[in-house]
Design a protein around this ligand. Sequence first.
Ligand code: F0G
Length: 423
Amino acid sequence: MSLQVCLTCGNEMPETDSHARCRTCAGLLEIRHPDPEATPAELRRRFDERRGSGSAADASGVWRFRELVLPSAREIISHPEGNTPLLRRQALDRWSGLTGLLLKHEGHNPTGSFKDRGMTVGVTQARRIGARAVACASTGNTSASLAAYASQAEIPALVLVPASGVALGKLAQALAYGARTLLVRGDFDDCLRLVQEASTRLGVYLLNSINPFRLEGQKTIVLELLQQLAWDPPDWIVLPAGNLGNTAAFGKALREARAWGLISRLPRLAAVQAAGAAPFARSYDEGFTRRHTVKAETVATAIRIGDPASYERAVRSIRETDGVVLAVDDAELLEAKAAIDASGVGCEPASAASVAGVRALVRRGTIGPDDRVVAVLTGHVLKDPGILLHYHREMDPPPRGANRPIEIEPRLKDVEAVLRDVS
Ligand code: F0G
């Protein structure tokens, strides 16, 4: 069996303990797996074979890697999820200044974000320990994902989101999938404090990314992209960073992949925050001597987070991969989003932080133009239709990427006039 180990005091707890934090010191927990019994070559062969298999677990881009995720899981709650594409668009090479930028598009998951990878594991674990209800705080995507997986598992779900600032698509999903949705008059950081208190006092199983099982699922973004690259790691993996769960999970995935012989070299991680919500970038600039909190504000509501929960785990990820942390402002982020959208790929605002970050790092000379870079797009373009319509229809003066709709009379000559303009 795997163990839950406290990163602060080293306390070891059994895999089936339902506490979201260390029972002794309330530190963050990490799952420690026994070393896989198979050789690296055997593991790679199994992962490849499962890709084409018809069984439910094998069809999932999470459970395909089960030896490294939750080897003891038996009855899994899977959609399935994962199997997201690695895309390349020349327009984005030109925009970012690279010769071959790859995009790992996690918006192709069943509820439209990478959260499904963690949630399939978290909800599987919730069922396994007999949770009577599950809960999370969220800027939107986690709540959409929890709502879907909890209803599949037939466990009641409670989601706490900020009363204002949750993107329309995400709120709609939480309601549609049937979660009890609490609109908290406060920001995400207030929601997270409240849900942790509720989970300890009211005995509800906490499924924020504080929960270490969520991170085990999120590791598979990295495992899957490594498999897609035939286990030849890129030079860089660039990702948006908010609550830092993903930054933590990526570092763990890479550390384990190297320890277990799947790769021999670590890519560098680049975590990109929005400038108005960048406490981690500030700590990085100060050599991680101090943890900061801020009052967060950014158009990218998914990462509007001022007090990231997985701070310690994420520091370790950046240190171990010789990584970097940076911030991009809202204008850069929206420009990157418009470029990603116009390339036909599309993503939600927070996701564009990764591509904006790539361009900033190329301009600084940190990333070389011929480096092999994978940028992770974390959410689907339709998650946040509000911001899209505002950008294209309403912003005045129109930004460079604005695509204003044109209202016409039902007459052929009006269509012809437009056609003359575009061709
Ligand atoms: N991108 C998107 C689309 C997100 O929804 C999130 C986080 C992140 C990036 C940042 O990832 O928190 O692991 O650093 N969304 C959480 C939520 C907070 O509640 O949906 P992180």
